[in-house]
Design a protein around this ligand. Structure first.
Ligand code: ASP
Ligand code: MG
Length: 587
């Protein structure tokens, strides 16, 4: 007999008939002998309706009162579902967040879960009851020590379900929604998008904009950290959905279920070389050609960075293993003869990376990594950022020093520090699992920043202090005549104005720097754990774009993600082309 947590979203319990259908489904699982904890959202659009009701009374209601109001939505659906189960002869009891002991921070409207006191739940389960829990809510202590109702933020019922599964050490967590699972990309844009059978939590987090519509990212973070296996599927069919896997398994610590340290590992990869190409022609197909030739020569490229254009030429830098350097250089030299451009290379480099769920969504983390490294007097040669990993390439002679300082900053213990880890990837893990399209991003460059340790760090710290999450940070390869460089960022469009304010004091300090807004862009990302061990994945993506004559403005890769920034007007075309390029469509 196993313990299963099942969650049903708002659409799945949208009306009486659907509630009855859900109850039948639950009754079947109960008949099959499972112990069940059920989490439900508010019926249909209840939460939106309650929100507008509040707005018709006050444009600025107290957050405490909003939580009081919004939490009623889920209270309706749990009671009705428990009644429907009782009608079917299934013993069931409904419980609010506070009744089941979901203890949260006191931040109303966006509280994170600290702990779940499972005693009451456990004894009800023992009695054979199906416990129907209100999603999206919890309880905190006010400053007077009295209990307060809190909510977890929109879409928070997923978080409730996965947190319950972690706290109860449930055998599985099933999330039922109105879609069939996680698709290879947005089906509204790509008609032949296909259901993924399986995806890892890391991949899902990297596919943020794609995944977030199916499962709340905070829920995925909990699943990743505590090793909860999730099944996401449709509540109205019996077809298998998508399985979310996680390899790590932390135990519930004392730090708070959702507050555990975001960084849970640091690694140093030695014997790396950086190849920097500059003054390449700025036209579609150049990147594709370069990386195709490298891939045919069996050179596995790790990080690739292409910065914004300077005039009408491009710079691309990438890292490879030192042992491939001679081969790579001769392959590239042959190409440069025909297309023009300059090459330089550095050997004796190391890549230092920190990992953890949702790193880039927490603005302070990348900043404090860069800050730690620059305080140690170490220059950042390249930077690569992603949702679950931030890497920087540094001079190898500072490797162990950097490793030491970084593990201290993030309070990591010996078991979380890895030197030259061997890349192991499931053999059936595809090079690309799915594609995400981010349309709410904009590109910002700081021109002429001094080339000295600490500039990237101070830029990132300034942004972090203003609460701005950066999505990619790219330092230009090319130096201006005065030795200065450019640093470009991708950030949310809505944060664009905040960034002006945040950066102003820094720009005032550095003579000659200025801020430049790039053209309207979108970001297409290909994600897959298998790309780590295969040569040529990036080349395929660049080729797919080049074949549709789409020019790439910026490239930023990370271990399991390749992102290309392209002009906004090509968004849909690019997504379809890359989807075809990796044969992700229906067969
Ligand atoms: N009812 C809440 C919302 O609409 C929580 C949820 O459905 O996950 O955001
Ligand atoms: Mg939802």
């Amino acid at each position: 007999m196993s313990l299963i947590v099942q969650k049903f979203g708002g659409t799945s319990v949208g009306d009486v008939d659907r509630i009855k259908a859900v109850a039948k489904r639950i009754a079947c699982s109960k008949d099959a002998g499972h112990d069940l904890v059920i989490v439900v959202s508010a019926m249909g659009h209840t939460t939106d309706e309650l929100t507008s009701l509040a707005q018709s009374i006050s444009m600025n209601p107290a957050q405490r009162e909003m939580d009081m109001l919004l939490s009623t939505g889920e209270q309706v659906s749990i009671a009705l579902l428990a009644m429907a189960l009782n009608e079917l002869g299934v013993p069931a009891v409904s419980m609010t967040g506070s009744q089941v002991g979901i203890v949260t921070e006191s931040a109303h409207g966006r509280a994170r879960i600290l702990e779940i006191r499972t005693d009451r739940l456990q004894s009800l389960i023992q009695e054979g009851q199906v416990v129907v829990v209100a999603g999206f809510q919890g309880t905190s202590l006010s400053s007077f020590g009295t209990a307060e109702i809190t909510t977890l933020g929109r879409g928070g019922s997923d978080t409730t379900a996965v947190a319950l599964a972690a706290a109860l050490e449930a055998d599985s967590c099933e999330i039922y929604t109105d879609v069939s699972g996680v698709l290879t990309t947005d089906p509204r844009k790509v008609k032949d998008a296909r259901l993924m059978d399986e995806v890892s939590c890391d991949e899902m987090l990297e596919l943020a904009s794609l995944g977030a519509e199916v499962l709340h990212p905070r829920a995925v973070e909990i699943a990743r950290n505590y090793g909860v296996e999730i099944m996401v599927g449709s509540s109205s069919s019996n077809e298998k959905g998508t399985k979310l896997t996680s390899s790590s398994k932390r135990s519930l610590g004392r730090e708070g279920l959702e507050l555990g340290r975001p960084v849970d590992g640091v690694e140093l990869l030695e014997n790396q070389a950086v190849i920097a190409l500059s003054h390449l022609p700025d036209r579609p197909g150049i990147a594709a050609h370069l990386f195709e030739v490298l891939s045919k020569g069996n050179v596995n490229v790790d990080l690739i960075i292409q910065s914004t254009h300077e005039g009408n030429s491009n710079d691309i830098a990438f890292t490879i293993s030192e042992s491939d350097l001679t081969k790579a250089k001769s392959l590239i030299n042959d190409i440069l003869i025909s297309i023009g451009g300059k090459i330089s290379s550095d050997t004796g480099m190391s890549k230092l990376s920190i990992s953890g769920a949702g790193i880039m969504g927490r603005p302070g983390i990348a900043a404090s990594l860069f800050d730690t490294i620059s305080r140690a007097g170490i220059n950042l040669r390249l930077i690569a950022t992603s949702e679950v990993k931030v890497s920087c390439v540094i001079d190898a002679k500072y490797g162990s020093k950097a490793l030491r300082e970084v593990s201290e900053t993030f309070e990591l213990n010996d078991s979380q520090i890895f030197l030259n880890p061997i890349q192991t990837v499931n053999s059936d893990s595809p090079e690309v699992r799915g594609l995400a399209l981010d349309c709410d991003q904009s590109q910002l460059s700081v021109k002429h920043v001094p080339d000295s340790p600490g500039t990237a760090a101070s830029l990132c710290l300034a942004m972090a202090d203003a609460g701005i999450s950066l999505d990619a940070i790219v330092q230009s390869e090319r130096q201006h005549n005065d030795g200065s460089r450019d640093i470009s960022f991708i950030l949310k469009r809505e944060d664009r104005r905040k960034a002006d304010l945040a950066l102003a004091p820094l720009l005032a300090q550095w003579a000659g720097t200025n801020l430049e807004e790039g053209m309207p862009i979108v970001k297409v990302s290909a994600v897959g754990a298998g790309m780590r061990v295969r040569a040529g994945t990036a080349a395929k993506m660049f080729r797919a774009l080049a074949d549709c004559e789409i020019n790439i403005a910026m490239i930023a890769t990370s271990e399991i993600r390749i992102s290309c920034v392209i002009p906004e007007q090509y968004a849909d075309k690019a997504l379809q082309a890359v989807h075809n390029g990796f044969n992700l469509g229906l067969v």
